[in-house]
Ligand binder design. Structure first.
Ligand code: KG4
Ligand code: ZN
Length: 401
């Protein structure tokens, strides 16, 4: 666990000079900021895993009419909302800037203009307060969230573990051997799984409010929740829709073909003329096929790592917005049990509110990096493209991605 313990720290650690008091074992506090996509988030987290505040200001109302995130509108909304999120997070946590031990922000990857808002705010706060600044890799933060949410009943993952990071920008299967060492086993050839859900929700005209502002959650809710007796009158006549599952023997994802299949259905039967049960059957078929790829890659990834490379994995972490999906959670547990009948491989899902974008996960990696003395300078810039394998490359003498 991460503690402020000045006495025990080596004098050569860069962190030492930032710690103002010599109070033994007082937990560290970090403010995290996140604005890489469409949520303006601020959160204060302690090194004892306490989330003192976690403010998320959503922009779904702005973006729904565009059928996806509009980068300029998103940036403008962050400029309006992030200061409010910061104020709210400090107030809710009952801390002042002075009480903090560091300021962490999402440095990348994400939308450049959006990232500039949290980067600029964090740099200004760090400059004014003299607190350490930590520019965090967004996907590393998703992957390490189960360490923040660990408890007696849900222990932290052990290394090495496999991790699926499934979001609006990424579809990754990784091997994680330490908090900053990731190896990509599979990624997508075209669009991400989250994007495919967002576009399917748009094409099937499913209102985002069904998923409390998230198109993927709206698609899940529409696909899996029973229709009203009135709406499901002719549901027995509706066929099941089978969507393609590509790359069956290859460690890669692809979601473009799935979406073309949906476009073909919609061009022969306009959504306005579909019955609700038919539309539901299409939404369900789409999601089931999208997750089938995830299940199949789990089998292939586990085989590559355990059988071919002889590394025993200690668990599976699934995170990113798409990981809040209940159907996926059930399927992955079943698949793991089927793949490993003699050994229970622990499955770690953060709670749904911490699977989707939030600043608590950013603050947590901030704490973790603060502890390791990996602090950025005030000139650090946001990076819209940034490979997870390079998440701490600059501190390891490696060239940047
Ligand atoms: O991690 P995240 O909040 O933002 C990015 O870093 O991209 O992920 C957002 C993605 C969106 O595509 C959203 O539609 C999807 O996660 N999502 C879901 C669910 N909740 C959010 N997809 C499927 N089922 C859900 N319940
Ligand atoms: Zn994310």
């Amino acid at each position: 666990m991460i503690f402020r313990n000045v006495a025990a720290r080596s004098a050569s650690m860069p962190l030492r000079r930032f710690l103002s008091s010599s109070t033994d074992r007082k937990p560290l506090l970090v403010l995290g900021l996140e604005s890489s996509a469409d949520d303006s988030c601020a959160s204060v987290v302690s090194s004892t895993r306490e989330i003192l505040s976690n403010v998320v200001l959503k922009q779904s109302k702005i973006h729904e009419s565009f059928g996806g995130i509009h980068p300029l509108h998103a940036q403008e909304a962050h400029q309006r909302n992030l200061p409010l999120a910061i104020k709210g997070a400090l107030e809710e946590a009952k801390v002042r800037l002075d009480d903090l031990d560091g300021i962490a922000f999402t440095r990348g990857p994400g939308m450049y203009g959006c990232l500039s808002v949290c980067a600029g705010s964090a740099k200004a706060l760090a400059a004014a307060s003299g607190k350490p600044l930590i520019g965090v890799h967004h996907m590393q933060a998703h992957a390490l969230t189960p360490f923040l949410t660990a408890s007696e009943t849900s222990p932290a993952p052990l290394f090495p573990f496999l991790t699926f990071l499934l979001s609006g920008g990424h579809t990754l299967l990784l091997l994680c051997t330490s908090p900053n060492q990731f190896r990509i086993l599979a990624t997508t050839h075209d669009e991400s799984i989250g994007q495919s859900f967002d576009k399917a929700a748009r094409d099937l005209e499913i209102p985002w409010e069904l998923g409390r502002g998230s198109p993927g959650a709206a698609l899940e809710s529409f696909a899996f929740n029973p229709l009203s007796p009135e709406a499901s009158k002719n549901s027995s006549q509706v066929k099941n829709y089978d969507f393609p599952v590509p790359f069956r023997n290859q460690l890669s994802f692809s979601y473009a073909g799935l979406r073309s299949a949906l476009t073909r259905i919609i061009s022969s039967t306009p959504v306005s003329s579909m019955s609700l049960p038919q539309k539901q059957s299409i939404a369900k078929g789409f999601m089931v096929a999208a997750f089938k790829q995830v299940e199949e890659k789990l089998g292939m990834g586990l085989k590559q790592i355990e059988v071919e490379e002889g590394i025993q994995v200690e668990g599976l972490v699934v995170s990113g917005g798409v990981a809040s999906n209940t159907y996926l959670r059930t399927q992955l547990r079943k698949k793991l049990d089927q793949l490993s009948p003699d050994r229970v491989i622990p499955l770690h899902f953060p709670p749904p509110s911490l699977c989707t974008d939030n600043a608590a996960m950013i603050a947590w990696v901030g704490l973790e990096r603060l502890e390791r003395g990996r602090i950025d300078s005030l000139e650090v810039m946001q990076k819209s493209k940034w490979g997870i394998e390079e998440c701490e490359a600059e501190f390891e003498g490696k060239t940047e991605s």
